[in-house]
Design a protein. Structure first.
Length: 253
C-alpha cells in the first residue's frame, strides 16, 4: 500500500519570524502523525530553512526545499546547491513547479536534470507536471501529461523513479480557487501511472507516489485523497495556516 504524502509549498511567504510562528502552530496542531501511513513535509523559502530545521527537531514532520540548482557550486548568483539544502536538513526538493516553468522558463530537460541532481544526492525529488487551461480546453491534456512525464523522467532508472514523487498540478487550478474534480484528478493520475508503467513496468508504476496539487483545501481534501491513484497532496495557500494544513493532513487518514 502506497503512503499518503502531504507537502506544504509555502512559496514566497513567511520570513524567519513568521516561520517560527507558523511551525510552532503546526507542530502544536500535529504533535504526532495521524497514521503510520502518512508523511508530512513543509517547504519554506530558502531563508527559513535553517530555523525550520531547529523547530522541527523531534517532530515527525520533514523538511523540503522549493528548488535546487543543477550546479554543485561556483559563480551562479542567487542559486542554491543541493549540498546547502542537505546541510540544513532537507530531505525533499520540489522541482519543476509550474510557477518555475512559467516565470523562469524551466523546461522538462532542466527539470529532469534537477531531479537527477536530487536523487544523486540521496534526497527525494517532488517532480511537478500539469497542463494549462488552454491545453485542457484544446483537449490535449493527455498528450501534455505524457510528454511531460517522459521528459522529466528521462534517463532515470526504475529504482530512481520509485524513490521519486510525482506531483500532478493542473496549472489552471493553482491559486485560482478552481480545483479539478476528483474524477478529473483521478483520470490524470491514472494516465501518469500508465505512462510510467509503459516506460518501466507496472510494478514500478504501482510504487510511485503521485500527489495532487491545485487549490487543495480542508473541504475538498478528503474526497480527492480517497481516489485510488491519488497518493497525497502538494498544498499551496492552505498550508500557510496551521489549522487548515492540519485538517488536510488529518483528512488523509
Amino acid at each position: 500500500m502506497r503512503k499518503k504524502i502531504i507537502a506544504g509549498n509555502w512559496k514566497m511567504n513567511n520570513d524567519i519570524f513568521q516561520t517560527t510562528e507558523l511551525l510552532t502552530a503546526i507542530t502544536s496542531a500535529l504533535p504526532t502523525a495521524p497514521s503510520a501511513n502518512i508523511s508530512v513535509i513543509v517547504c519554506p523559502p530558502f531563508t527559513s530553512l535553517a530555523i525550520a530545521q531547529q523547530l522541527l527537531k523531534g517532530s515527525f514532520i520533514k523538511l523540503g526545499a522549493q528548488d535546487v540548482s543543477i550546479h554543485n557550486d561556483g559563480a551562479y548568483t542567487g542559486e542554491i546547491s543541493l549540498s546547502m539544502l542537505k546541510a540544513v536538513g532537507c530531505e525533499y526538493v520540489i522541482v519543476g513547479h509550474s510557477e518555475r516553468r512559467q516565470y523562469h522558463g524551466e523546461t522538462n530537460q532542466l527539470i529532469n536534470a534537477k531531479a537527477k541532481k536530487v536523487l544523486d544526492g540521496g534526497l527525494t525529488p517532488i517532480i511537478c507536471i500539469g497542463e494549462t487551461l488552454e491545453e485542457r480546453e484544446k483537449g490535449i491534456t493527455d498528450e501534455v501529461l505524457t510528454t511531460q512525464t517522459k521528459g522529466v523522467l528521462a534517463g532515470l532508472s526504475s529504482a530512481e523513479v520509485e524513490r521519486s514523487i510525482i506531483a500532478y498540478e493542473p496549472v489552471w487550478a493553482i491559486g485560482t480557487g478552481k480545483t479539478a474534480t476528483p474524477q478529473q484528478a483521478e483520470e490524470a493520475h491514472q494516465l501518469i501511472r500508465k505512462v510510467i508503467s509503459q516506460l518501466y513496468s507496472w510494478a514500478t508504476a504501482e510504487k510511485v507516489i503521485i500527489q495532487y496539487g491545485g487549490s487543495v483545501k480542508p473541504d475538498n481534501a478528503k474526497e480527492l485523497l480517497s481516489q485510488p491513484n491519488i497518493d497525497g497532496a502538494l498544498v499551496g495557500g492552505a498550508c500557510l495556516k496551521a489549522e487548515s494544513f492540519a485538517a488536510i493532513v488529518k483528512s488523509a487518514s
